[in-house]
Design a protein around this ligand. Structure first.
Ligand code: FE
Length: 207
């Protein structure tokens, strides 16, 4: 089995925002789809280690901001590579506004936001799947939505090409999510990327 076949699935990229007791947070997800039109419902799947996950469990409400191709790597770093339990990502963040449900949405490098209210929750082990009624939806621009493949090819920094040196040949492993490079013959199975916190499964050998 070639699990890289999974990369051929099409994904968008989104900032998922929620709040709990007035503390607002957001994270990056790539798992949002419309599941039915009548009623208008979407599904999202969120890693349980995200603070935003717990906020949605508690409040049942979230906003989904649809990112566009001009989104910068800094935006992905801001919402994706740091935890809301360590940094307040939305306090003072200039490119966010509040929608009618009292949650933030992202105003730059987004072409729409969708507000939703959870109606079903499924425990998937590492993640929770939320099925939610769309309560509001607003178009913000005409720019094309960014896909995960576009992020991989055009937004994520390219790892510097290793200098050819015949003596010191170290094996390198690159994080597919953020481009971090690990050097070593074997990548430990429990390795966690120090930048984006994704696991060894998201690394590939740099040839
Ligand atoms: Fe990483």
């Amino acid at each position: 089995m070639d699990t890289k076949a999974m990369y051929k699935l099409g994904y968008g990229l989104y900032v998922l925002t929620s709040q709990h007791y007035g503390y607002h947070n957001g994270c990056i997800i790539n798992t949002a789809i419309q599941v039915t039109t009548t009623p208008n419902r979407i599904s999202i799947t969120v890693n349980k280690s995200n603070l935003t996950h717990d906020m949605i469990i508690n409040t049942g409400e979230f906003n989904l901001s649809v990112l566009t191709e001009d989104a910068s790597f800094d935006l992905f770093k801001h919402f994706g590579f740091q935890s809301g339990s360590e940094a307040n990502k939305l306090r003072g963040y200039p490119n966010a506004a509040m929608s009618a449900n009292g949650l933030y949405y992202i105003t730059e490098s987004t072409n729409a936001y969708i507000s939703a209210k959870v109606v079903h929750t499924f425990d998937l082990g590492t993640h929770t799947m939320f099925i939610a009624d769309v309560t509001d939806a607003v178009i913000l621009s005409d720019r094309p939505s960014v896909t995960y493949a576009y992020y991989q090819d055009h937004i994520k920094p390219r790892p510097a090409a290793p200098a050819p040196s015949p003596e010191a040949k170290t094996t390198k492993w690159v994080c597919r999510i953020c481009g971090y490079i690990y050097e070593g013959e074997e990548l430990p199975a429990d390795f966690i990327c120090p930048i984006c916190k994704h696991g060894a499964i998201d690394f590939e050998k740099l040839e």
